[in-house]
Write a protein that binds this ligand. Structure first.
Ligand SMILES: [Zn+2]
Length: 303
C-alpha cells in the first residue's frame, strides 16, 4: 500500500550552499507502506517524511516515543541484520532501507515506525526505491559533504575481512565463499552510481538457510521470512529458484548490505570498499576503525 498526498515541505535556506555545488536532498512528500517485519514477524507501518537540511537519517519509534539516529556508533547487534540502538530503543534490519536511501542520494529523512523493524517488503532495496520514487526528491539549500578516505583501513574478524582504501570514487568489491554449492564462490565489482545501484544491486534479495530457520524461529528471529521475501536454501539448492533475479544474486545482496551499512557513516564515502566473506559485524567495525583516527579521512564538500 502506497499513500501519497502530503504537501511538500519547504525548509529555510542554509548558509553553506553555493550554486554549482551538489546539494543535499530530502524527499518531496511523505509516503507510507505497511508490511511484515523480517525477524519480529509483526506488521509494521513505515512513514518516510521530508527532513530539514543537516538532519540526516533518523528513525522514530512511534510506539515507544524514541528517536534513533542512523549512524555507525549506534549499531549494537549485527548477527542477523544491523540493529541501531539509542536511548533504550532499537530498530533492526535497517540495512536494506539505508542502502536504498544512499542509492537514491537522499541525505535527510525521517523514518517513523510503529514496530521494531522497517517492513521487509520484497527482501530487496528495489521496493524501498519505489517508495522513495513515489515520494519524489527535493533539493536542500545546503551542500552535500562526503567522507574521503585518506589511509587504508582494514578489519579482520575470523575468516571475514573488509577494507576501505583511498580512491577517487566510491566502489565496492566483494567476494563470498559458501560451502553450499548453490552459492559457492561469487565475486562482484560495483562502481557506485544511482543507476547502477538500481539495476545491478537493489533487486538482489536477502537469503537464508532452511536448516537454520527452526532455531531462528525459536529465538524469535526470521518469523517474517517467507518464500516471497527471502531466497531459501536447503541441501538441494534454492527452493524458490523462480524468484531469483540474478545467477549471482547472493554476492550482489552482500554488496547491497555493505552499501546500507556504509550509509551509516552519515555521508557518502569516497573510497574503495573491499570485502571477503564480510557481513554486518565487519562492516560496522570498519566504520568504527575509520572514524577512530581523524587522520584516516577528510570531510569534503562535493563540487
Ligand atoms: Zn541483507
Amino acid at each position: 500500500m502506497l499513500h501519497k498526498g502530503s504537501p511538500p515541505f519547504i525548509f529555510p535556506a542554509g548558509s553553506c550552499y553555493k550554486p554549482g555545488m551538489t546539494a543535499r536532498h530530502t524527499i518531496a512528500r511523505a509516503v507510507s507502506v505497511t508490511g511484515i517485519a523480517l525477524h519480529a514477524g509483526v506488521p509494521v507501518t513505515m512513514l518516510l517524511a521530508p527532513a530539514p537540511a543537516g538532519h540526516g537519517v533518523v528513525f522514530r519509534r512511534a510506539d515507544l516515543g524514541k528517536a534513533i539516529t542512523a549512524l555507525y556508533d549506534r549499531v549494537g547487534e549485527t548477527r542477523l541484520g544491523t540493529v541501531l540502538e539509542e536511548d533504550g530503543a532499537s530498530v533492526g534490519v535497517v540495512e536494506h532501507l539505508m542502502a536504498a536511501i544512499a542509492g537514491a542520494g537522499i541525505d535527510d529523512l525521517l523514518v517513523t515506525l510503529d514496530g521494531p523493524e522497517p517492513p521487509i517488503l520484497d527482501g530487496d532495496a528495489l521496493s524501498y526505491l519505489a517508495l522513495l520514487d513515489a515520494a519524489g526528491h527535493a533539493e536542500q539549500a545546503q551542500a552535500r559533504t562526503a567522507i574521503k578516505v585518506l589511509k587504508p583501513v582494514l578489519v579482520e574478524q575470523g575468516q571475514a575481512r573488509a577494507a576501505l582504501l583511498p580512491a577517487e570514487s566510491l566502489s565496492y568489491h566483494l567476494k563470498i565463499s559458501f560451502p553450499q554449492p548453490a552459492i559457492g564462490d561469487q565475486t562482484f565489482d560495483f562502481a557506485f552510481s544511482a543507476e547502477g545501484f538500481r539495476t545491478d544491486i537493489a533487486p538482489a534479495r536477502t537469503f537464508g538457510f532452511l536448516s537454520e530457520l527452526e532455531t531462528l524461529n525459536r529465538m524469535n528471529l526470521a518469523r517474517g521470512a517467507n518464500l516471497e521475501n527471502t531466497l531459501a536454501l536447503d541441501e538441494s539448492g534454492v527452493i524458490n529458484r523462480d524468484r531469483m533475479r540474478f545467477a549471482d544474486e547472493f554476492v550482489r545482496h552482500k554488496i547491497l548490505d555493505a552499501v546500507g551499512d556504509m550509509a551509516l557513516a552519515g555521508a557518502p564515502l569516497i573510497a574503495r570498499f573491499e570485502g571477503f566473506r564480510s557481513g554486518h559485524g565487519v562492516n560496522n567495525a570498519l566504520l568504527r576503525t575509520l572514524f577512530a583516527d581523524p587522520a584516516n579521512y577528510r570531510r569534503v564538500e562535493l563540487a
